[in-house]
Design a binder for this molecule. Sequence first.
Ligand SMILES: Nc1nc2c(ncn2[C@@H]2O[C@H](COP(=O)(O)OP(=O)(O)OP(=O)(O)O)[C@@H](O)[C@H]2O)c(=O)[nH]1
Length: 220
Amino acid sequence: MTVPIYKLTLLGDAYVGKTAILVQYFCENWVPDYEPTVEDSLRKAPCIDGTPVLLEIFDTAGTEQYSSVANQLDAETDGYIIVYSITSRKSFNVLPALYDQLITLKGTKNLKIVIAGNKCDLNEERQVSTAEGQELAKRWGSNCAFFETSAKKRINCEDVFIQIVRIIAANRKLSTNQNKMHLLIVVKFCKNNNKFSIKFEISSTLKRYNLVCYITIYFL
Ligand SMILES: Nc1nc2c(ncn2[C@@H]2O[C@H](COP(=O)(O)OP(=O)(O)OP(=O)(O)O)[C@@H](O)[C@H]2O)c(=O)[nH]1
């Protein structure tokens, strides 16, 4: 059995809680001290919706001092977890520019995102409403979901990872089904003397390599 691999990247401004969410998901642990991330990558093999999967998660530096966002964007990433803090208007306001960079890198169709409005335990310091987060996710389309999270109180930390995997998996399934449909639909019949030939165009993926399969049936 081949275990599906999901490459995920955490993005967002400095100090919003990217590492804290990751630590909660990996270790069920809360680390109150702040140490800016330079770059980190972790692997986890959970079961999601009954399927064993391998997650390769890349934690990026929100601090420009360590790395610029552009340097950390990897085109191989299957899905992004974009984090802001509900206590920081600035961390929310940088998201549209980040989104534009991702669109340039991946294109709209290939972009899968979960937005996490973190530090929701600090409601009294809130600067970004829940509705604003929801509205942004809606604007970014059907391949985007939204959660408010708290790494401190372990709220929705696991859900952001489960949801991004679900979005990616649904898209992978869809593209496989589209190829199958192509195989079923594009069957051409042409009668030639007593010869009856059927032409198959296998799939759009294989078509890239000009692989077209012909099957000829003879009527005696
Ligand atoms: N109250 C509260 N504090 C949090 C939460 N998540 C993170 N913090 C705190 O916010 C600070 C920054 O958290 P990090 O996880 O290091 O933030 P980061 O986004 O990884 O920061 P960079 O590595 O600089 O990009 C730390 O002091 C955390 O303890 C949360 O959900 N609630």
